[in-house]
Design a protein around this ligand. Structure first.
Ligand code: ADE
Length: 298
């Protein structure tokens, strides 16, 4: 059973949303809530079988009284031509694109020193270039003349992203892209915002990290001020809010939906070491050494 929306039904009647990576986790929750609210939803992602299965499941979110439809369209957002044809197909089928939700992305864990050039490029290509491709094609193909709302899903990368340097760099870049596009496209009546989720648990997200998936998610719990993980249904209401007329004066903003996680401790452990350069000689260093000596006597 899907979680019911805090917004009234029919809020997005006759609107059309394109949600990338809409087949799993956060993307699927966003699609489900938009459908409940009367929005037509195009889910676009690369893995065709998963996409079609998600579309069948998402149909159950559509209220009986609603005329909303869900359409799966396979698309690799890294490929500019595939994104162009996605936009053309949506316009042919629905005649408009009111909302673009850039949720499609992916990464793997690796210390930066072991990251291959190929792995780095793949993550930058999907998370940053893929998002740019979708923004550009939806804007030039429809929103430039007709307005609309773009929402980018990024990540909690505010203290860097140790263990996933590639996605940290790409998501920080999308945060900046959000601000640029909010200004460049304001005169078309286009609002552009981002959401930075904290650690959000879904079965598919856990499986993405293979054997270490359960450990990654379990380890994160103490680092949340909420002392629990979030779920995709705690991100989708924020997406619906930012897409909705309730956010008509919000653009260029990034909303952290993370229970305060980004203000709290970081998970990365730095081992004890003596590799750091010495502090400059002088009165303060001497006082510091005295302090440490007295502390070791305690
Ligand atoms: N989700 C993850 N990677 C993707 C890609 N390359 N295209 C579309 N959706 C995706």
């Amino acid at each position: 059973m899907s979680v019911s929306s805090v917004f009234r039904s029919g809020l997005f009647d006759h609107k059309v949303a394109v949600v990338t990576g809409g087949g799993t986790g956060i993307g699927k929750a966003i699609c489900s809530e938009l459908l409940q609210l009367g929005c037509n939803v195009v889910i676009a992602s690369r893995k065709v079988e998963r996409l079609e299965a998600a579309a069948i499941e998402l149909k159950k979110s559509i209220p009986e009284s609603s005329s909303a439809r869900v359409t799966p369209i396979p698309c690799n957002i890294r490929n500019e031509d595939e994104v162009k044809s996605l936009v053309q197909l949506v316009l042919k089928q629905y005649g408009r694109i009111d909302y673009l939700v850039n949720n499609g992305g992916g990464q793997f864990t690796s210390p930066a020193e072991h990251m291959s050039n190929k792995g780095w490029k793949a993550v930058i290509d999907t998370n940053l270039t893929g998002t740019f491709n979708c923004c550009k094609e939806v804007y030039t193909g429809w929103m430039k003349e007709n307005g609309g709302v773009i929402l980018n899903i990024i990540a909690d990368m505010w203290k860097g992203f140790p263990g996933m340097a590639h996605t940290g760099a790409a998501r920080a870049a999308v945060d900046n892209l959000t601000k640029t596009l909010a200004i460049e496209w304001a005169s078309s009546g286009v609002r552009v915002n981002a959401i930075a989720p904290g650690t959000i648990f879904s079965r598919t997200a856990m499986e993405n990290y293979k054997d270490i998936g359960p450990l990654i998610f379990q380890m994160s719990i103490p680092f949340s001020p909420a002392k629990r993980l979030g779920v995709p249904e705690e991100i989708s209401p924020a997406v619906c809010f930012l897409l909705s007329p309730a956010a008509s004066f919000i653009s260029g903003a990034t909303l952290r939906v993370d229970a305060g996680q980004s203000l709290y401790h970081a998970t990365w452990q730095i081992p004890d070491h003596s590799a750091w350069p010495e502090a400059p000689e002088g009165e303060n260093l001497n006082a510091l050494k005295d302090l440490l000596k007295s502390k070791s006597k305690l």
